[in-house]
Design a protein around this ligand. Structure first.
Ligand code: TYC
Length: 120
C-alpha cells in the first residue's frame, strides 16, 4: 500500500483575514488541493507466437506511430521482453490496452499489453 503525502507548496505566511461582518477568522489553505493527473505508460509484452508484422500494424494503428518507429518499438519488445508504446491519462491508456487486446484476441494471437502508472 502506498501512502499519499500531500505536496507542500511554499507560500508567504498566512495572514488571518478578519471578516468585518461577524469577526470570523479565515486561514488560507497551505496544501495544494488539485494535483496534476497521473500518467500511465502502455507497455506491450513479448511472446513467441504473435507475428512481428501484426505487432507493427497494431502499434501504427493504435499508437499513431509511423512504420519505422513502430518497427523499432516492436524490435525492442522482441529483444528486451517489453516496450513502451505511449504515455497517456488513465482512461486513454485503458482504452489503448482494450483496443490492442481485442485486436489480438480477434486475430487469435496471445499478444499482451498493460498500463503502468508513472511516478509523479
Ligand atoms: N517475438 C515475436 C516473434 O518472434 C514477435 C513479437 C514482438 C511478439 C513484440 C510480441 O509484443 C511483441 N514472432
Amino acid at each position: 500500500m502506498s501512502t499519499k503525502i500531500p505536496k507542500i507548496i511554499p507560500q508567504p505566511p498566512a495572514k488571518p483575514q478578519v471578516d468585518d461582518t461577524d469577526g470570523t477568522v479565515v486561514l488560507e489553505r497551505r496544501t495544494q488541493k488539485t494535483k496534476p493527473p497521473k500518467l500511465y505508460q502502455v507497455v506491450m509484452l513479448n511472446d513467441d507466437y504473435t507475428p512481428m508484422e501484426f505487432v507493427v500494424i497494431v502499434i501504427q494503428e493504435f499508437f499513431g506511430k509511423d512504420l519505422e518507429t513502430a518497427t523499432q518499438i516492436m524490435l525492442k519488445i522482441h529483444l528486451d521482453g517489453r516496450g513502451v508504446c505511449g504515455v497517456y491519462s488513465r482512461d486513454v491508456a485503458a482504452t489503448k490496452v482494450n483496443q490492442v487486446m481485442e485486436a489480438a484476441n480477434k486475430a487469435g494471437h496471445p499478444l499482451q499489453c498493460v498500463a503502468e502508472p508513472l511516478d509523479s
